[in-house]
Write a protein that binds this ligand. Structure first.
Ligand code: MG
Length: 159
């Protein structure tokens, strides 16, 4: 068994759609970034890559590469799943915590689990989604940014 952690944060901007955990969430602003800026999926990609010893998301999907401009992070996650498989591993489980003052995430958690599971070819029960606020502290607390952290465990190779 191998484990890896991931963390990401993106700023909220007007005129952007809010994608989190692969789900479009109605909100008056969205996360800014080169891709769709889905912080939850980026944290998960890094956790999986880390567990497999495969460097990080910035290495595999550089923000200087036009192919990744406004790309759905579900595509990045799908590709991450393939890289991990190629390295001889498969996902055992993953758990993500989203830190956002608003909007409320809980109603979308099941949709996120399904979207992530479909991208990785695993059962939704392998994916955990949790959400918390930052208790009004700092940029996240003022609703200016959303962050996420993730852990992934992989089975494979070193039995
Ligand atoms: Mg990111």
């Amino acid at each position: 068994m191998r484990s890896g952690i991931g963390y990401d944060i993106h700023r909220l901007r007007k005129g952007r759609k809010l994608y989190l955990g692969g789900v479009l969430i109605p909100h008056d602003r969205g996360l800014a970034g080169h891709s769709d800026a889905d912080a939850a999926l980026h944290a998960l990609c890094d956790a999986m890559l880390g567990a497999a010893g495969l460097k990080d998301i910035g290495y595999h999907f550089p923000d200087t590469d036009r192919r990744f401009k406004n790309v759905s992070s579900l595509k990045l996650l799908e590709h991450t799943g393939k890289l991990v498989k190629k390295a001889g591993f498969r996902l055992n489980n993953a758990d993500i915590t989203i830190i956002a003052e608003r909007p409320k995430i809980s109603a979308y958690a099941d949709g996120m689990k399904k979207a992530i599971a479909a991208a990785l070819g695993v059962k939704p029960g392998c994916i955990g989604i949790k959400a918390t606020t930052n208790e009004g502290v700092g940029e996240i607390g003022r609703g200016k940014a959303i962050s996420a952290c993730a852990i992934a465990t992989l089975k494979g190779k070193n039995k």
